[in-house]
Design a protein around this ligand. Sequence first.
Ligand code: S3P
Length: 437
Amino acid sequence: MTGQARFTIQPGGTLQGVLRVPGDKSISHRAVILGSLAEGETRIDGFLEAGDTLNTLNAFRQMGVPIHHSGGGRVEIGGVGLHGLSAPSGALDLGNSGTGMRLLSGVLAAQRFDSQVVGDDSLSRRPMGRVIKPLTEMGALIRSEDGCPPLSIQGGQTLHGIHYAMPVASAQVKSALLLAGLYADGETCVTEPAAARDHTERMLRGFGYAVDISGSDICLKGGGRLQGCHVDVPADISSAAFFLVGAAITPGSDLTLKHVGVNPTRVGVLNILGLMGAEIALSNETTVGGEPVADLRVRGGTLRGIQIPRAEVPLAIDEFPALFIAAACAEGETILSGAEELRVKESDRIAAMATGLTALGIANEVFPDGIRIQGGALTGGAVESFGDHRIAMSFAMAGLRADGPIEVKGCDNVATSFPEFVEMALSSGLAIRVRHD
Ligand code: S3P
């Protein structure tokens, strides 16, 4: 029996070559959900084969959806239609995934059968009130203890459309309500305070479902049908982000990331690195399945610290751990505010990154909604991932600029989003090894 994986990274090196990181996690979840609820066949290419998305796939299998998955990113789904799911024999385990749990809550709230959704320790601490409250307004019956998982969802309710002004810009909340809205009487409208990723809206249209978007209002009417289709999943910009940062902080690096999703609601990491002075060029820009993609070539150089514009926060929400490493290597200070959402991700990402940066000699000051990072010289040292995949991969990239070895503890959860990380990082020039405690 082996224990938790631990990364050790020898200092130095550069990142070189051409990589295609695995498929987009958000789009992969949605492709399985909509493919299962559609009529007819859906074929997915480029599906992310990682813990989080496989848990969503298994949840639909447990509800009787025939899903053929033979690896290589190809998934074939025999859609059962909006009313064709059957009661699962046990609880649906969404593992580490907030997206899986929140989006499924919207679907399950509208079913005839009762269900229970559970998750791992990290997910069991994450707030679900943000979906329970508006779904309850729609007529759902969801029980939880203190608004955290596990959730018990009572079937057989009639849902009605609501107009909901989201208090935070959350794509998960928006998506849960739109999914419930497919089953609701009348119109369901969500108003977002700032643009959150719009993959659900794009994909609903790809499955032939009408979605009205006017300014910050996203509306649909219940009672329609989804038609199975082909979904081509781009490479995940959130996984590409570790490599973008790794190459950007190391003079001499020259790395190309192929076929990366560059949906405007996801490109905060490119915008922020650009403001910091990183050299990133887009080429081969095209659209697949309604989603823009491009190849990204990044060359290493000197970065400067910046005040991160608030408008970029929702567009880069998952990339801040990696961006904090860029800030640590930049000249001057970088300030982030308006990002309290980082406190309720797979870990408290402000606290987790601050602790690790301090251990590596980088001065920082934590605020309730952000952090100030003073660029400086990274030392070697040991850091904790707090079980958070993105914290682990971010600190791995810090090894490129550290003056001694870095050890990252608790890295098993890297497999929730990016099982090939170590292999790809090694092949592009990071001196990383995995050990088991
Ligand atoms: C996601 C939305 C974001 C993001 C998460 C994936 C999605 O969460 O952090 O990793 O696929 O909808 P919020 O909606 O909570 O901001």
